[in-house]
Design a protein. Sequence first.
Length: 407
Amino acid sequence: MNYQTFFADRLDALKAEGNYRVFAELERRCGDFPHAANHGGGTTKPVTIWCSNDYLGMGQHPKVLTAMHEALDRCGAGAGGTRNISGTTHDHVLLEAELADLHGKEDALLFTSGYVSNWAALGTLAARIPDCLVLSDALNHASMIEGIRHSKADRVIWRHNDLADLEAKLAAQPLDRPKLIAFESVYSMDGDIAPIKEICDLADRYNAMTYLDEVHAVGLYGPRGGGIAEREGLMDRLTVIEGTLGKAFGVMGGYIAASADLCDFVRSFASGFIFTTAIPPAVAAGAAASIRHLKTSQVERAAHQAKVADLRARLDAQGIPHERNPSHIIPVMVGDPVKCKYISDLLLKDYGIYIQPINYPTVPKGTERLRITPSPVHSEADMDQLVTALGALWTQCELARMPLAAQ
Ligand SMILES: *Cc1c(COP(=O)(O)O)cnc(C)c1O
C-alpha cells in the first residue's frame, strides 16, 4: 500500500463532501475577548468570535488571572508527575473540595479534561461492575460513547430524551442487573435539555445508577452554577455528575462528583486517571477561583441569559431560522454542509466574524448548522454586526427565512 496516497485520497474525499475541518488560527487577546486576531492565510486580521465555549468570558476574569499568576509564581509551571507519583498538589486537593461542594457530593475527582473524565469514569464503572448494562442516550457526546465502548460492557442506545423508550429498555432487563443510565443535561449541538427528574425516577424504579454530563451547564445554571441539576434541585438524585473546567469556567480540566467510595473506586482503577500527568497547579488554582466566583456572583449568568434572549429576538426580526431550545446555545440551521462552510467562510472573510461550521459527523447529515454562543462580553455593536452579516448572507445564498407569522 502507498500510505501517503491513502491519506491524501481520504482527505480529498472529505473535502469533496464539504466535511473537511479547517481550524481558524486565533490569537486571543486578554481583556478584549470576544475580539481576537486571526492569523489565517499569511495575514493577521481582527475577528469577533461567536462560537466559543468560554460562555461567560471567565477565561479573562481578573480573579481567575490573579489566581493563576499567583500559583504560577508560587509553584512553577507543571505538576511534575501523575497524581499517583508526586503530581497531587495542594491546589488539586483544594479544587476537588470546591467541586464536591459545588455539586453537594461527598467527593470529586479531577481529570485532565472533560473528555478524559467521561472516557475514564464511564469506562471504569461499566467495565468493573459485573454484568453492567449501560443505557446511553442516542445523542451522547463522543467522549461518553468512547468510554462506554472501551469498557466492553453491554450497551443499549435509547432514543434521545425519550422516557418511554428508556423505560422499555430498562423494563426488558432483570431488576437486579446492574445498570448505568448515561446522559447529558444541555445537549451541546441542539441546546435541548434532558428531563432529569423523570430519568432519575426511572432509575429508582429500575434499580439503575445515573451518570449526568453537565459540561454545557456548569457555571451557567443553578444559583451557584452547579448546572441544571442544581437549578432543579436534583443533584442528590444523581449517582455521578460530570463537568468540565474548560467551558463556562474558562480554564481547562474535567471532573466527576459523586460519593466518596465511587470517586475512590474510579481513582483506584481508572487508567485514564492514574497514568497521566496532573494538570498544572496554576490551572487548578485558576479553575478553583472561577468556580468560587460563580458560586456567589449572579451577574455573569444574568447577563449571559439576557444576551441570548436579545440575539434570538434579533435573529427573529431578520427571519433567520434558529432552533427554539431552552438553553444558551443558538443553532442557526443551514442544512447543507457545503453552504454551511461557505457561509462560515464568507462571515470570516467579508465581515470578520468567526463561527465554525458544524457538519457531519458532529451532527447528522442534513442538519448542518452555525452554532452561535453569545456571551456577556459581546457588545450591542457586535450583535448588530452579526445580524446584519447573517441577513446579507441569507439573501446572497438564497436561504429560506422564517416567515414572521410563524415565529
Ligand atoms: C466538550 C464536551 C466534553 C469534553 O469536555 P472537555 O473539557 O472539552 O474535554 C464532554 N461532554 C460534552 C457534552 C462536551 O460538549
